[in-house]
Structures are given as structure tokens and as C-alpha cells.
Design a protein around this ligand. Sequence first.
Ligand code: SAH
Ligand code: SF4
Length: 403
Amino acid sequence: MVLILDKTEPRVSTADHGERRPSLIGLGREELRESLAAIGVPPTQLRMRVSQLWSWIYVRGIASFDQMTDVSKDLRSRLEAAFTLERPRIVSEQVSVDGTRKWLLLLPRRGREAQAPEIETVYIPESDRGTLCISSQVGCTLNCSFCHTGTQRLVRNLESEEIVGQIMLARDRIGDWPGAVPPDDARLLPEGERKITNIVLMGMGEPLYNFDNVRAAMEIAADGEGLSVSKRRITLSTSGVVPEIARWGAESGTMLAISLHATRDELRDELVPINRKYPIAELMAACRAYPGLSNAKRITFEYVMLKGINDSLAEAKALVKLLQGIPAKINLIPFNPWPGTRYECSDWEQIELFAEVVNRAGYASPVRTPRGRDILAACGQLKSQSTRLRASAPRGPGEAGGS
Ligand code: SAH
Ligand code: SF4
């Protein structure tokens, strides 16, 4: 069901020079402090103002400075003149029969971008939790052969504002702020008070190729006086950018998921081409060294089920063997087809047989139920229409190496 279709470009918040005002969303506390100092907030008030604004923005979810009732009118109008709290613009919102929601979002144009880029964000409700799957890049520079996003050329990395903006937008749409009006179909939402309990960086893009912005955004998502999604409930999924895995572990400390998909280099080279640069043995060594692993903090290994490609029982056994000694969860993902793909999803019986081998080795409930298939919201089906229009558009750091 498509609810909204609005293809107009994001409204430009015009300051005197006709440029988009900078957003306060996505700034860390220190940057917020600097921004307030820049519009003349006296040094003695900065600490108090940062904490006030932080709470209005991230606890209450207000989208307009007018609503900040404990901030003087004069300061509110200075904030309004200098900054924005706008969310990404919604191009379309689709709600699946199973309650999964997918938003196609239009981002503001930056720099010399000829076209406003589009990204997708997906919300997956269950009775006891709600998971938001967010994008870290427009498209992806890697070309995993079974992934729809991989067929789209990267336009650019998302800014911290745009990553946090996806969370803000989703909370707006599902009424997940204190006192917010619930949506008409609230029966499809989880029962608890919080509707977004988990965040997964499993949307478009390779998050470790946008390291700094993703880290800044996740610090804001996890801030206990703000959005308050604990790092134990944030999972970054990577195709295996080995050098950045250790850094991510040291600097961010969220949960980690690895898109493994094959147990032999020859096959993984084909499915996940970054494997040519960082082969399985190196990837496994990085996993073993990930800080803080225990039975309570395991790495999730994702394994897409491709008919006749990687779904034999010998491969199931090899998978179990490969992960020996690593505190791990295994997530078998039924392949989600997309127009033009050369792969098919494994037969259900084969997935069950494969899962049985994995189960017998002590891994519980390994099959990920596909969600939102009717609205192409399932893993790997995301692909916006954005393409790189100019060779001069900013490139992600992954472009040099990738695949
Ligand atoms: N770039 C990161 C995160 C985004 S992809 C990564 O690759 O890990 C999120 C997950 O969806 C990955 O495990 C990816 O391999 C998987 N995926 C991609 N395309 C898929 C498809 N068509 N069907 C099922 N899973 C897919
Ligand atoms: Fe990029 Fe992940 Fe898709 Fe591979 S699976 S192309 S890394 S989004």
C-alpha cells in the first residue's frame, strides 16, 4: 500500500543567501555547543542550552524551534534563522501486510549534486520489538552479485545528519515520541512503550566505508539522555572490510554482523567480491579479535540461501566448522529475488535441512523470516533511483579499493 507520493525536492530552508540552513540533527554535543556559540549564546549558558536542545530534539522529537517552550522567544528566533530540524523528505511510504514499513526518502542536495539523492529505510515490527534498518550510503560501491543495492552506483556517503534523520523520521511516522498520536494502523506495532528498540545498519551501503559519519550517528542513537538505543541493540553489518572491523570494535562497541555467505574463498570471491582483497582467513581473524565477545555478545554471521550455489549440506558443515571458537549466531537469509537477478532462493526443504545441521551444532533459530517482501523491503532488495550523474560527484573511500 503506497500512502504518499511526493516527488518534489526537499524544501530548501532559505537563509539570506538562499542556501539550506545547517541542521542541528546529527551534531555531537560539542558541535552543538559550537553552533550555539556561533549564534551568540553566552559561554555561561552553553552547557544548559546544549542539554535543553538535546532533550527537545532527541527525547521529545520536536521538529520546530517554536515548540521549545523553555527557550526564550529571542533565542528561538535566532535558532530558526540559523538552523533547521527538518527530516529527510518522504517520497513514498509503503506498509506491508505484515506491518513492515518502507520509506523512500529524498535527501537535500549537497555541494554540486545535480539531483537530490534517494535512500531507503525499513521498519520491521514484531510483538516484542521494533527494528529499524537504516542506510549508510546512497547505493554501494561494492558489487555483491546477489544484492540489488550493489547494482546501483554510489552517489555518496550519508552525513551523520542523514543517518540520524532516518531514525527521527521513522519515529515521527510511527508516533514513537512521548505523547505522539499513534498511526491509524497502530495494531501492527510492537506492544511495548518504545516502538524502535533495535537499529541495524543493514540498509543500503557498506557502513564501514562511511566510518566517521556512521560512528557519530550511532553515538547519538545510543546517547542515554537522547534517543537511548543501547549499543547492545545496535548492529552494524559489514561485507568484511577487515581493517575497519577492529577500529569499529575499539571505537564504537556496537554489535557486529558479517555478511559471510560462503565458506570457501573461490565462491566468496564471486558472491562478495571484497573477499578478493580480504579473504576468509583474514576476516575470521578480525572476528576473533573483536573486543568484548562472549556468549552474551556474539557476532552474527549472515548467510544468504542461494539455490544450488551455497546451500549444500557439506557447506552447512563447513560453516559450522569455520565458526568454531567464535561466539557466534548464524542467520540464514532466504534469498530475496529482485528483477534481473540470476539467482534463486533455495527450496524451503533445503533451507530446513541446512538449518538442521546448524541447529545440531548448537545455534538456535537460525532462519531469518523474510519480511515486507510484498513491498520489496526485504534484505538486499533496496535500490533507489539515484545514480551518479557526474564523474565529479564525491566518491566514497571504498571506490578506490572495493571490487
Ligand atoms: N553492506 C552491508 C550491509 C547492508 S546489506 C553488508 O553487506 O553487510 C544487509 C544484508 O543483506 C547483508 O548480509 C547482505 O549480504 C544481505 N543481502 C543482500 N542482498 C540480499 C538478497 N537479495 N537477499 C537476501 N539477503 C541479501
Ligand atoms: Fe553493498 Fe552490502 Fe549489497 Fe554487498 S551486500 S553490494 S556490501 S549493500
